[in-house]
Design a protein around this ligand. Sequence first.
Ligand code: UD1
Ligand code: UDP
Length: 365
Amino acid sequence: MKKIISVVGTRPNFIKIAPIIRALKPYSDQFTHLLCHTGQHFDEKMSTVFFDELEMPKPDFFLGINQGSHAVQTAGIMVEFEKVLLREKPDLVIVPGDVNSTMACSLAAAKLSVKIAHVESGLRSFDRDMPEEVNRIITDVISDYLFVTEESGLKNLKNEGVDPAKIFFTGNTMIDSLVYFREKIKRSSTLETLGLEEGKYIIVTFHRPSNVDNDAGLSEIIAFLNNLAGHHKVVFPIHPRTKSNLQKLPSAGALNPNLLLLNPLGYFDFLKLIGNAEVVITDSGGIQEETTFLGVPCVTVRNNTERPSTVDVGTNILAGTNLANVSMIVQEILKGNKKQGRLSELWDGHAAERVVAILSKQIAS
Ligand code: UD1
Ligand code: UDP
C-alpha cells in the first residue's frame, strides 16, 4: 500500500480536491488516503460548508494555521506539516492550486524527499506581485507530477524547461465538482430566497489584494457597484479579506438597496447564482473558469490572467482595473452583446479520474 496525503487550506482548494478524493476510492487496495487541512480558511462559510456539500471526509490532520504575514503563515504551515510528514511518512503529497498552503506543504515535502503531485500546474500570470504567482512557480519547480488544466500550462512548463515526462494534461478538477454536483446546484432555492429572477441580476466577487487592500481602490469599487445597482440587481457575496477592509473604510453613505452585500455563499447556492446571472464581475481565478464552463459572460477586473483559455476560447473578458473601462464593457454585455465561448479541452468532469489513473501507474512503476 502507498500512502497519500492531500492538502487543502482555502475555499478553492476544497473544490479542486473533492473530486480527487472521490476518484481515489476505487484504488483503495493501492492507496491509503489521508487529508490535511492547514486551517488557512476557517470560517464556517469559507471551509465547513464545502466539506459538507462536497461530501469530503473530515480532515485527518488540522494544522490550525491562519492569519499573519505571508512569511508567518507559510512558515507556520511548514513547521506543522513537517511534523505530519515525519510521523506519517507518506509516499506522495497532493497539493492543489496556488495558495500559501500549496507552496508551504510542497516545500516541507520536498525537503523530506516526499514526492509531490501538483494539481493545476503550469498556470502563469507573469505578474510576480501576485502572491499566487510565486506560489505556483515554486510549487511547480519542486513537484514530481505536474497536472495541467489548460494548454497554456503545457506551454509555460515547456518554456521553463520542465522535464516533459513529469507533465500530464488532465483537465480541470474544479470543473469536475461542477459537473458532479450539477443536479444539487440546480435544486438550490437561492434565487427565490434572495428574490432574484433568472438572467436579471449581476454577481460580483472581489478579493485580490491588488483590488481590495487599498482604501481608494476599494472605495471606487463600491461606488462603481452602487452606480450599477441604480439599474440592475447586484449581488456581492463578500470574501473575509474584503469585508475586513470594507469595515475600515469611512462610510460610503447610503447604498442602493439593489446592491445586496452578502456573506460568502455555499458552493451550491453560489454556482446556482453564477449559472443564472446576466454577467459576472470578478477578480477570482476559479470563477473565470466556472463562467466559461457555464457559458455565462465574465468580466475580470485584473490586468492579467493565469487562465488565458477563458479569454481565448471562453466567455471571459479581461477588462483591466480602470473601472470606467470595466463599466463600458459591462454595459455592452447588458445590452445583449455577449461573447460566445466554448470549452477548454478536457474540461469534461473526468479530470480527477485521469489524475488518479496516472498516479496509480506512476507510483506502481
Ligand atoms: C487566499 C489565497 C488566494 C485565494 C483565496 C481564495 C494566498 C496567498 N492567497 O487569499 O490566492 O484566491 O485565498 O479565497 O494563499 N479570513 C477569515 N476567515 C476565513 C479565511 C480568511 O477571516 O475563513 C481572513 C484571514 O484571517 C486574513 C484574510 O481573511 O486576515 C485573508 O486570508 P488569507 O487566507 O491570508 O488570504 P485570502 O485573501 O483569503
Ligand atoms: N465560491 C463560493 N462561494 C462564494 C464565492 C466563491 O462557493 O461566495 C466558489 C467559486 O464558485 C469557486 C471558488 O469559490 O469555485 C473560488 O474561490 P475564490 O474566488 O475565493 O478563489 P480563487 O479561485 O480566486 O483562488
